[in-house]
Ligand binder design. Structure first.
Ligand code: PLP
Length: 391
């Protein structure tokens, strides 16, 4: 499923895939084929009826007034920032530890990403660090704080109550990057309801993935929803040839909507399965490594399962020899990416993000990982850790 995982293994194929979507496909094959067949027959490849239907299903599932589908999770973030009229002279607060897309869209629009360190337990944006970053930005007076972009990293909801309090105090909008967290809850409430706007991704390996690129934006603000729907089709007004603003082309393909409609039927059950996989890993690995921390009341989507290890690189090597695929999300905190080298952030400025990027290691994770596989992977992980501790 993930060719790069195989390429990373010079001598041997992994004994389990890092992400396996084939069992899911087997479960859904009749409905997938039916839905795709329908699109092939009606031929409405762009904005066909499946797109509207999916948007209604997703809005209902999320408990949000509006869902606007689009071409990717990255575009979902960009469309939201465009609707908020974020541009030159504006600051958007982004966690230092996330995927490049979170900050990239801010830079693309000419605004300034302001990096914020993460909480040492949850790895999500640390509200105390956000407060300092906002105050520092105001004191400098060069760019105007406008927006906070928390990321639901690895599927765990960010600390929305604390972030909302700061956003309200400083008059900022919360745009959640929930590319990994769609379906996560906080005290039984969908996490996407806790931000002003939430963006998600349907990239194939995300918890709710399609068979290509796709994304969606959720909001309860009717005006923002209308603006984002216009922006994704060249800033259309009454129709496509009435252009009322500068927009982009970012529609979700009808075929992908048909795939997602099928996948949505099994999604709630898959979230339960993912939680069981994570619980089994944690029960087995907790005595040997730092396992993920989930604050009470939060339910993660378990987009990824990562452990924290002092000897991460050695354990990773050991596991490769044992043919267990692993991944590192993410090996470098964003402020230290070459693309952001011009910011000149010194090492040690984001101590938690820097340490986690050196110590985190992700294990195979998908809804259809069976207990025997989890046990086998866990045994190999424990042996790899013990080997490294002896060495
Ligand atoms: C996957 C991801 C994105 C981008 O989504 P695409 O659909 O690949 O554009 C953005 N942010 C985070 C945190 C992600 O994991």
């Amino acid at each position: 499923m993930h060719p790069e995982q195989y390429l990373a293994l010079p001598d041997a194929q992994p004994t389990v895939p890092f992400i396996d979507l084939s069992v899911q496909q087997d479960h859904l094959r009749p409905i997938l084929e039916h839905n795709l067949h329908t699109v092939l027959h009606h031929g409405g490849y762009i904005m066909g009826p499946e797109v509207k239907k999916l948007e209604r299903s997703l809005a209902e599932y999320a408990g949000m007034g509006h869902c606007i589908s689009c071409a990717s999770g990255t575009d979902a973030l960009q469309l939201a920032l465009m609707a908020l009229a974020i541009g030159p002279g504006d600051a958007v607060f982004v966690p230092a530890f996330t995927f490049m897309a979170s900050a990239e869209v801010v830079s693309l629009l000419g605004a300034e990403p302001r990096f914020v360190d993460i909480d040492p337990l949850t790895f999500n944006m640390d509200p105390r660090c956000l407060e300092s970053a906002i105050l520092e930005c105001l004191q400098e007076g060069k760019v105007k704080p406008r927006c906070v972009m928390p990321v639901d990293l690895f599927g765990l909801p960010a600390d929305y109550p604390a972030l909302r309090a700061l956003a309200d105090r400083f008059g900022l909008t919360i745009l959640a990057d929930s590319a990994q967290g769609f379906g996560a809850t906080m005290n039984g409430v969908m996490a996407c309801q806790l931000a002003h706007i939430t963006a998600t991704s349907f990239f194939p390996s995300k918890p709710l993935g399609c068979y290509g690129d796709g994304g969606a934006i959720f909001t309860s603000d009717a005006n923002l929803a209308e603006t984002m729907a216009s922006l994704r089709v060249h800033g259309k007004g009454a129709d496509k040839y009435d252009n009322v603003r500068i927009g982009i082309n970012s529609r979700l393909d009808t075929i992908q909507a048909a795939v997602l409609q099928a996948k949505l039927t099994r999604f709630p059950q898959e979230l339960t399965l993912r939680r069981q996989v994570a619980a089994q890993y944690s029960a087995r690995l907790a005595p040997h490594a730092r396992t993920p921390y989930t604050p009470s009341g939060l339910e993660s989507t378990w987009a990824q399962y990562g452990i924290v290890l002092k000897q991460r690189d050695q354990v990773e090597k050991q596991l490769r020899a044992r043919r267990i695929p692993t991944a590192v999300y993410y090996p470098k905190a964003l402020p230290f990416q070459t693309a952001y080298a011009h910011l000149g952030d010194p090492a040690g400025r984001f101590p938690v993000a820097e340490e986690v990027s050196r110590q985190i290691l992700h294990l195979p994770m998908h809804a259809d990982l069976v207990p025997e596989e989890i046990e086998r992977i866990s045994v190999e992980v424990i042996q790899a850790i013990q080997t490294c501790q002896q060495g």
